[in-house]
Design a binder for this molecule. Structure first.
Ligand code: SF4
Length: 481
């Protein structure tokens, strides 16, 4: 459904429990590991359960965008006569929202199909999303798959499942050109929602299949986006994460800009915290950084895709910036917000990356106040320019470089944590309980914990950072004014 046809969501009857975690995704500017700890779909209806007849289970792979979209798709079922169940449970229908960003992501889709059929050999299985979009025939030929829908068609999954023939002899395959824009947001445990504000990408970086899988960059108008934001604001959610493929590109086709959207969101009542997921370095301009620096609502937490620390490799990747632009962004952020968290994506093993290029990347990252890295090992994606490049890097070299970058990331994180020791910060407590502790994130995205207290759930508390524990979670004490 496109934006003009968007209907207000009716979720008061729905409680979504996200049980799995979005995985890092370099090409979608994947968020942090901790966000990645943020569960997936497998939602449960808490009311009218007895009136429901059919059961459906969702499994989502890939980026936060997929997760936000799964929630929107799942709502159509819960508003009808379906019960949402965990993917590990027996269901009448299984839906796999796929990702194609790496080989590994595709393997996970195939494993999920097998898992579903083991649980219920009679179930119908639908595969939707990026993998379906790019290689529908490959999925169609997997035994037990009944429906394959691309990124345009996935929003009509409900109709496809409802209209399924009982004998299911014919497979239902639909993959048109991805061009609709469908808004969406996830509802987790009251605390945080991933809010889709943009889709697609016009950049065609040479390693990335996303523009082929998700189509050109598009978004709704600011007015329509604010309407959906208002629906999130009407819930108990305290924190919203703005999500998209290339969110800095928001509004391009409407003569609007991402900065204009942020200005409006800043005024929105009912959402206390907003995080901006990754923004391309050249789009993360000083206006945006200054807005965040002067805002109580936008969190001092940035995610900037670097991908390589050499201009030579950046050019081969067809990235739109030189490393100095990235450096400048990091420095401006730290000048205005010394304790801001800055995460950076880096890909290692891109074709032609020499030892010298790699060492330059390591030196460049070492020289900057980056808080931690998302490290991705280059994976050849069919249909992309980089897949046909000569000088593909051998696997063992990629693995070795990846280990070095992970170690560098750990060092960076340790340093960032030390810089925060003794500081005062706001933490939003979440609902999970582990070993008698409750955990949450500080405004600058440090995971904290304290002894469990049910009254703290979904509350923002001013705390003092004491010390990280052995798992890297900061122990805090309440701030005593
Ligand atoms: S083409 Fe480049 S900018 Fe666009 S999604 Fe892929 S990596 Fe990001």
């Amino acid at each position: 459904m496109n934006v003009s046809g968007f209907e207000p969501l009716r979720y008061p009857f729905i409680r979504l429990n996200f049980l799995h975690q979005p995985k890092g995704n370099p090409y979608l500017h994947s968020e942090d590991e901790t966000y990645e700890k943020q569960r997936l779909q497998s939602a449960k209806l808490t009311t009218f359960a007895s009136m429901k007849r059919k059961t459906i289970a969702f499994q989502t792979f890939g980026c936060k965008l997929n997760f936000a979209e799964t929630s929107a798709i799942a709502r159509k079922f819960t508003e009808s006569d379906y019960n949402l169940v965990d993917f590990k449970e027996q269901a009448d229908h299984y839906v796999i929202h796929s990702c194609t960003v790496t080989d590994h992501a595709e393997k996970k889709t195939r494993a999920a199909i097998r898992q579903a059929l083991r649980k219920n050999p009679e179930a119908s299985v639908a595969v939707i999303g990026c993998y379906s979009q790019l290689r529908p025939e490959e999925i169609k030929n997997i035994k037990g798959v009944d429906i394959v829908l691309g990124n345009n068609e996935k929003y009509s999954l409900f109709d496809h499942i409802e209209n399924q023939k009982t004998d299911r002899t014919e497979k239902d395959i639909k993959t048109g050109k991805p061009q609709v824009y469908e808004p969406g947001f996830s509802m987790g445990d009251r605390t945080r929602s991933f809010f889709k504000v943009q889709d697609g990408c016009d950049y065609f970086c040479t390693f990335c299949a996303i523009p082929y899988a998700r189509g050109r960059s598009r978004s709704a108008s600011i007015a329509s986006t604010l309407e959906v934001a208002g629906q999130i604001a009407a819930t108990e959610v305290k924190e919203v994460v703005l999500t998209g493929v290339n969110i800095g590109d928001f509004g391009k086709q409407n003569g609007e800009s991402f900065y204009d959207l942020l200005l409006e969101l800043e005024k929105l009542q009912g959402i206390e915290r907003i995080r901006i997921s990754s923004v391309e370095p050249e789009l993360l301009n000083d206006d945006i950084i200054r807005l965040v620096a002067g805002s109580k609502k936008f969190m001092p937490h940035f995610h900037i895709p670097l991908q390589s620390g050499t201009d030579r490799i950046l050019a081969l990747m067809k990235r739109k910036y030189k490393r100095e632009v990235f450096e400048q962004r990091v420095k401006t952020i730290k000048e205005l917000m010394p304790h801001a968290c800055i995460a950076a994506d880096v890909i290692t093993g891109f074709p032609g990356e020499t030892d010298e290029d790699f060492l330059q990347t390591v030196d460049f990252i070492s020289s900057l106040p980056i808080s931690y890295l998302h490290v991705f090992t280059y994976s050849k994606r069919p249909g992309t320019m980089a897949a046909t490049m000569e000088m593909q890097i051998q696997s063992h070299i990629k693995q070795k470089r990846s280990r070095i970058l992970h170690k560098l990331s750990d060092e960076k994180k340790g340093k960032f944590y030390l810089e925060n020791k003794g500081l005062i910060c706001d933490v939003l407590w979440e609902s999970d309980i582990e070993d008698g502790f409750i955990s949450g994130f500080s405004s600058n995205y440090i995971r904290c914990k304290k002894p469990y207290n049910v009254n703290s759930i979904n509350q923002i508390e001013k705390v003092v950072f004491i010390e990280p524990d052995q798992d890297g979670i900061f122990i805090i004490k309440p701030y005593d004014e």
